[in-house]
Design a protein around this ligand. Structure first.
Ligand code: AP5
Length: 216
């Protein structure tokens, strides 16, 4: 299974990415975690990006693309599956990622979109700030991260919809329920993902299901 997560800050990319990775036994490649690790170790790359992270700005595309190319090479040797969390963040990254995936025969089967509103996302990130103190979880920087998401990341969702690999999930519900719906959908798709040709793929919108069954 090859899954991309496209979602705003605080929607649950890290939480659900870890769940998917454990469930399918695939690597969880999280660009934010990789970058924070470089900052914590004080590497040259970490020193170059720490200011971007602290301000909630995107780091240059080449840096994250190099990191993901290396992670994909490694994933290729462990079966070729992955869950990618935090990338792509803009259209240029989406196209570059598609080319990397094509070169390795590892293009994504599913682009998972977690939907949640800004008020809830801000609440979650401020709650995390009190516990973990991540440098970008301040009110001002959260606002910048959300603005950037709406301006440059969210438009990618339509591109994945047009390619027929988008699965949209309501991420406003408790994390366990969101996770259960994601795993159910991915399990249902698993036997088919490599059989359906690109032109015949269709996106799936599960965001109304909770209300339909009276569980939202
Ligand atoms: P990144 O680490 O990707 O951060 P982010 O997108 O801001 O997302 P978060 O990690 O804050 O949230 P999440 O969606 O993973 O949610 P989580 O599960 O943690 O990127 C950080 C920075 O790195 C960027 O700003 C940029 O500078 C740089 N960067 C990274 N990738 C890049 C790229 N490709 N290009 C350029 N720059 C890049 O959950 C958040 C909180 O909510 C947790 O406390 C969790 O317990 C809680 N929670 C989760 N789900 C629920 C739920 N359903 N209900 C209630 N609480 C929940």
């Amino acid at each position: 299974m090859r899954v991309l997560l496209v979602a705003p800050p605080g929607a649950g990319k890290g939480t659900q990415g870890a769940l998917i990775a454990t469930h399918f036994g695939i690597p969880h490649i999280a660009t934010g975690d990789l970058l924070r690790d470089h900052v914590a170790r004080g590497t040259e790359l970490g020193l170059a990006v720490q200011d971007h992270l602290g301000r909630g700005e995107l780091v240059p595309d080449e840096i994250v693309l190099d990191m993901v190319r290396a992670a994909f090479d490694e994933a290729k040797h462990t079966g070729g599956g992955y869950v990618l969390d935090g990338m792509p963040r803009n259209m240029a990254q989406a196209r570059a990622l598609y080319e990397i995936g094509r070169g390795l025969e590892m293009t994504a089967n599913v682009a998972l979109h977690l939907k949640a509103d800004d008020e809830e996302l801000t609440r979650r990130l401020l709650a995390r700030a009190a516990l973990e103190g991540r440098s970008d979880d301040t009110e001002e920087v959260i606002r910048r991260r959300l603005d950037l998401y709406h301006e440059v990341t969210h438009p990618i969702v339509d591109w994945y919809a047009s390619r027929g690999i988008l699965v949209a999930v309501d991420a406003m519900r408790p994390a366990e329920r969101v996770g259960r719906q994601i795993l159910t959908a991915l399990e249902a798709m698993r036997p088919l993902v490599n059989l359906v040709p690109e032109h015949a793929r269709r996106s799936v919108d599960l965001t109304g299901l909770g209300a339909a069954f009276g569980t939202s």
